[in-house]
Design a protein around this ligand. Structure first.
Ligand SMILES: NC(=O)C1=CN([C@@H]2O[C@H](COP(=O)(O)OP(=O)(O)OC[C@H]3O[C@@H](n4cnc5c(N)ncnc54)[C@H](OP(=O)(O)O)[C@@H]3O)[C@@H](O)[C@H]2O)C=CC1
Ligand SMILES: Nc1nc(=O)c2c([nH]1)NC[C@@H]1CN(c3ccc(C(=O)N[C@@H](CCC(=O)O)C(=O)O)cc3)C=[N+]21
Length: 289
């Protein structure tokens, strides 16, 4: 009964929309610009930053990759943010998370010009999401999950949605989007202190897993005919791979998929949508500027 939701294909559709929008902005003399700031050398972050910059290139979006050493101080990073805030060629700024431990990420996010905060992490954008004010930026990963749910033809109105995870990047904004007017789901948010997580999950018509624990969600946690959105991106050791690792989600895909109406795979599910929605936000920032 299971239908695999192809995140790569939906992302390709979104990127086609983006390409048209970039062309029409360029015809008006505006080239959207994105700055991606990476502090340190975390290998996973380097992969993500690389694919963000590559996607910009594919669409004709101007991009600037700023790679700073691991020892970068808070003051140095604040100075980079201030320069990008003032740069008219840059419409979107993303500071890759997580930064090294000496960096106070919250202060960095507050220093961003909210009109350039294409991650949607600045308090002004968080408030606009809660207020359902469409002039803000919605965080890319939950925005991508909503688009996947829509493209798969899943009805959210009146559905029981369970979100596992309450981070500011994924879980909390995902819950806000599902409960917003127009989506109209009944939302439960679970986290590490939740009692009897399997029982909570079994109530879900739509289950979103954003935890960071490989294959935590088992088949007996999932109701027959549920829709499962797996946000987790976990590297697990796999000696049979050349790289020595493989990616897996927060859901035990092999055993869960047969029970689902629809499910996203990892890789090829939510991940590509995150990058596509980042492009959308960057284009929106440029057209508002
Ligand atoms: N596909 C994509 O584009 C993206 C994928 N990700 C992936 O999504 C996952 C989550 O990311 P993120 O939200 O940033 O992670 P965080 O670590 O910030 O948040 C994890 C959440 O899961 C909860 N949690 C942890 N352990 C358990 C448990 N045993 N039972 C129930 N809840 C638990 C935590 O609870 P508590 O609050 O109580 O600590 C927390 O709310 C990761 O795998 C990450 O790699 C993230 C961003 C983008
Ligand atoms: N400021 C900030 N903004 C972010 O949006 C942000 C961040 N920090 N820190 C880390 C997380 C993670 N994230 C991903 C983006 C793309 C894939 C992605 O494209 N994944 C591919 C596979 C990629 C691979 O092979 O490694 C897939 O799932 O198919 C995954 C994860 C963005 N994040």
């Amino acid at each position: 009964m299971s239908k695999v939701i192809d995140g790569k294909a939906v992302a390709a559709t979104v990127l086609e929309e983006c390409r048209r929008e970039v062309d029409s902005l360029k015809a008006k003399g505006v080239t959207p610009g994105l700055a991606v700031v990476l502090v340190g050398e975390d290998p996973a972050s380097m992969v993500y930053v690389g694919s963000k910059v590559r996607t910009c290139g594919d669409l004709g979006i101007h991009s600037r990759k700023i790679e700073l050493p691991t020892e970068t101080t808070q003051e140095e990073l604040l100075k980079v943010v201030a320069e990008l805030n003032a740069d008219p060629a840059i419409h979107g700024i993303l500071v890759q998370s997580p930064p090294p431990e000496q960096i106070d990420e919250e202060e960095i996010v507050r220093a961003l010009d909210p009109a350039k905060d294409v991650d949607g992490f600045h308090p002004e954008n968080v408030a606009k999401l809660a207020l359902e004010d469409p002039t803000g930026f919605v965080p890319c990963t939950p925005a991508g999950c909503m688009r996947l749910i829509k493209e798969a033809g899943i009805e959210t109105s009146g559905a029981n949605a369970v979100v596992i995870g309450r981070s500011m990047i994924v879980g909390k904004p995902m819950a806000l989007l599902l409960m917003a007017k127009g989506s109209d789901a009944t939302v439960t948010v679970a986290h590490s202190r939740s009692r009897d997580l399997p029982a909570i999950c079994r109530e879900a018509d739509i289950l979103v897993a954003a935890v960071g624990r490989p294959e935590m969600v088992k088949a007996d946690w999932v109701k027959d005919g549920a829709v499962v959105i797996d946000v987790g991106i976990n590297r697990v050791e796999d000696p049979s791979r050349k790289s020595g690792y493989r990616l897996t989600g927060d859901v035990a895909y092999e055993e869960v998929a047969p029970k689902c109406k629809a499910i996203t795979p990892v890789p090829g599910g939510v991940g590509p949508m995150t990058i596509a929605m980042l492009m959308k936000n960057t284009i929106a920032a440029a057209s508002r500027a």
